[in-house]
Design a protein. Structure first.
Length: 186
């Protein structure tokens, strides 16, 4: 068990959703003048919500991508809210969206300084080229995530599909760094 507790913040949850039907994006624009839709630049429409503060891309195929949520629950709530708003404004929507979490990005602080040079050898599956980028890139197998680790003890974890994978990955890394005497407190 590490001497200090890592602080973890979920920064962004990306969810995809599929409706089993096409969506008329021009009709959405008419019903919601605030949406962004420039088909000559991008085929999707951007539907922003204030609560939860998210942006959902809607494609005429019925596929959606929601970004900006701070939890899995918030991402699902945002997609369902967008679908409900479409229904409330006259769009005929059949069934419920099938929602899948695609990626969770989190930041964390381990509470101590990390020796990146030695960590690159100790951890394996790393890339560390300080002339190119100040962080060590660590590809963890289980859970399957990528961690950008900095000498300050701060890190970014990406690639998780569930929040518990983020916590498991950060704790596993923290423990390994402590066991190998690669993290220094004080």
């Amino acid at each position: 068990m590490p001497r200090t507790k890592a602080t973890v913040n979920i920064e962004n949850v990306v969810a995809s959703a599929t409706m089993s039907q096409a969506i008329d994006l021009n009709a959405v624009v008419k019903a919601f003048p605030g949406v962004e839709y420039r088909p000559e630049q991008f085929p999707g429409l951007v539907f922003r919500l204030k609560k939860p503060k998210t942006a959902t891309l809607i494609f005429n195929s019925g596929k959606m991508v929601c970004t900006g949520a701070k939890s899995e629950g918030q991402a699902k709530k945002a997609v369902n809210r967008v679908v409900q708003e479409l229904k409330d404004n006259g769009m005929v929507i059949v069934g419920k969206p099938s929602i899948q979490i695609q990626n969770i990005v989190a930041s964390a602080s381990l509470g101590g300084k990390v020796d990146l040079e030695k960590s690159a050898y100790s951890l394996g599956r790393t890339m560390y080229e300080p002339e190119q980028f100040p962080g060590l890139i660590y590809r963890m197998d289980e859970p399957k995530v990528v961690i950008l680790l900095f000498a300050s003890g701060k890190l970014v974890c990406t690639g998780a599909k569930r929040e518990e994978e983020v916590y498991a990955a950060v704790n596993k890394l923290h423990e390994k760094l402590e066991v190998d005497n690669l993290i220094f407190y004080g």
